[in-house]
Design a protein. Structure first.
Length: 137
DNA sequence: CGTTTGACTACGC
DNA sequence: CGCGTAGCCAAAC
């Protein structure tokens, strides 16, 4: 591995210009398994240099359905409210259809439904570490 | 190239 | 626990 990040590697084309941040965010979200959830901050942390808020922006800009956007929730374990109509309730519905359960206060238990993160092979193949992982030293 | 537009979070009270 | 606030920044136009 080279010292610098190869952002284009996410597209499988090392010489390509860096993929837009939103595209990398979508790519990570596609790894969340059915029936599991991740937080905006968690996705940002995996991406490596963007912020939780940017993940929210990326999802707000999403128009296609090839990204399991419903599996991204806020750090309180709740589905985030948004300006537009029905998006929030649609998200709750989609999650319930996947078997995700909400408690009385509308929260999801991360201990039960939280995503652990991408597996090591996926991370390695996508060069997601900006620094060597601690176990490689 | 300036403006607008948003699905967050940490923190203090 | 609820509320306000300060950082957060890429895209589309």
């Amino acid at each position: 591995m080279s010292g610098s990040r190869r952002l284009g590697a996410l597209n499988g084309v090392e010489t390509a210009p860096p993929a837009p941040v939103y595209a990398r965010i979508y790519h990570i979200i596609r790894q969340i398994p059915l029936g599991r959830v991740a937080t905006y901050g968690q996705i940002a942390s995996i991406e490596g240099h963007c912020t939780a808020r940017m993940v929210g922006y990326a999802l707000a800009a999403l128009d296609e359905d090839d990204v399991p956007w419903q599996r991204v929730i806020n750090g309180q374990g709740r589905v985030s409210e948004r300006s537009g109509d029905g998006g929030t309730s649609r998200q709750r519905l989609k999650l319930m259809e996947e078997g995700v359960r909400f408690d009385r206060k509308g929260r999801i238990d991360f201990e039960v439904f939280g995503w652990e993160g991408p597996d090591f092979v996926w991370i390695r193949d996508h060069d997601m570490f900006s620094e060597p992982p601690p176990w490689s030293r």
